[in-house]
Write a protein that binds this ligand. Structure first.
Ligand code: NAP
Ligand code: 3JN
Length: 346
């Protein structure tokens, strides 16, 4: 603690990278030297951080000389090639991609849930998928008190999760449709996949590519990452991930079955009211519940619509909403960096 750090942001011009810079600024994270990196395309771009102008540089192995913390959000292949180069030069990498998440020597961390796993890192710490993060932050306090057997989640995900180009496609397509002009989809649901579909005024039940088992990669990330973060390899998890024409803010309908069958809705509400990083917004009489439009720019995970299942005494339904670019990505990464400082690991 106390020393100014050399921080590098890889993917600084992207949707996550931009929020990374805003979060570092909002948190007044102590930075002595800041290095902003992107691909060749954006090298030379000027970016303002805390009133000072920085020039974005092309990310190459030598960019990491003297770096203490490298925040990566430039896609899995960039992390695969450059994260080991950063570690070789003494940096701790906090990686937002799926490249190392399931590697057994890489901790996958949501500080409210498994901060202690940071003690076992080998240079790289993985930030989970945005949809996983907000769900486990809401489930952990409930698991601690009542145990957890099963999770079934359906997501309602915003386009910004797929990057800046996807968010632009939502706007240009919406505008074109409203003007009765052609709106050829070119990015959604997955850039480079066989087919593209309209996202404006639509719901697309595909996020990331299909796997051989019929689930999408996003669904498999939620399933596998949840088990790893919660240290529950036998937890039953099923997921259906859907993209909606929302700019920012992921929502999730989550059904859970607990080990115990004596919890009440009031018990669950009380646990979530006291949980770190969670805001309870649940009052049907006042039509109070979380919505993505209200969570944009906020760091917490918002939970509401808590109901006991009508058939199973150990079953509960929750509605979980969060800013996918903040708690789902940038804030969770900066929070990991803050945890490393707190634990004297950097
Ligand atoms: P984006 O808006 O498309 O931005 C991509 C960023 O990566 C840009 O800064 C881009 O630089 C940079 N980049 C691309 N190729 C590069 C290369 N070869 N070398 C260095 N930089 C390169 O995407 P995003 O939404 O910010 O997401 C970026 C990545 O973060 C995703 O691919 C994903 O792995 C991860 N992500 C994680 C979560 C999560 O759930 N935790 C959520 C969203 C994204 P240019 O400007 O030069 O193109
Ligand atoms: O689509 C979303 O809402 C979240 C997307 C995250 C994402 C996008 C491209 C590549 C990821 C991720 O973090 O899981 C990746 C990836 O690194 O696999």
């Amino acid at each position: 603690m106390g020393r100014g750090l050399h921080v590098a942001v890889v993917g600084a011009t992207g949707a996550v990278g931009q929020q990374m810079l805003k979060t570092l600024e909002d948190r007044n994270f102590e930075i002595e030297t800041l290095t902003l990196l992107s691909s060749k395309r954006s090298a030379g771009t000027k970016v303002t951080f805390k009133g000072e102008e920085y020039t974005v540089q092309e990310a190459v192995p030598e960019s990491f000389e003297g770096v203490h913390i490298a925040l990566f959000s430039a896609g899995g292949s960039v992390s695969q090639s450059l994260a080991p180069e950063a570690v070789k030069r003494g940096a701790i990498v906090i990686d937002n991609t799926s490249a190392f998440r399931m590697d057994e020597n890489t901790p996958l961390v949501v500080p409210e849930v498994n901060e202690g796993d940071l003690h076992k890192h080998n240079g790289i710490i993985a930030n989970p998928n945005c949809s996983t993060i907000q769900m486990v932050a809401a489930l952990e306090p409930i698991r601690k008190a009542y145990g957890l057997q099963k999770v079934i989640v359906s997501t309602y995900q915003a386009v910004s999760g797929a990057g800046n180009e996807a968010a632009k496609e939502l706007y240009s397509q919406t505008k074109a449709i409203l003007n009765n002009e052609p709106a050829e989809p070119s990015i959604m649901p997955v850039k480079g996949d066989k087919k593209h579909y309209q996202i404006a005024f639509n719901a697309i039940p595909q996020i990331d590519k299909f796997q051989d088992n019929g689930y999408t990669f996003e669904e498999m990330k939620m399933i596998n990452e949840t088990k790893k973060i919660m240290h529950m390899p036998k937890l039953e998890v099923a997921a259906t991930c859907v993209r909606l024409p929302i700019e920012t803010g992921h929502s999730e309908s989550v059904y859970i079955e607990l080990d115990r069958d004596d919890a009440t809705v009031e018990d669950i509400k009380q646990l979530l009211k006291e949980a770190p990083g969670v805001t309870l917004q649940d009052d049907p009489a006042e039509q109070l519940y979380p919505m993505p439009a209200d969570c944009v720019g906020k760091r917490d995970v918002f939970v509401g619509r808590i109901r006991k299942d009508l058939d199973r005494a150990n079953g509960f339904h929750l509605w979980v909403v969060s800013d996918n670019l903040l708690k789902g990505a940038a804030w969770n990464s900066v929070q990991i960096a803050e945890s490393l400082q707190k634990l004297n690991l950097v």
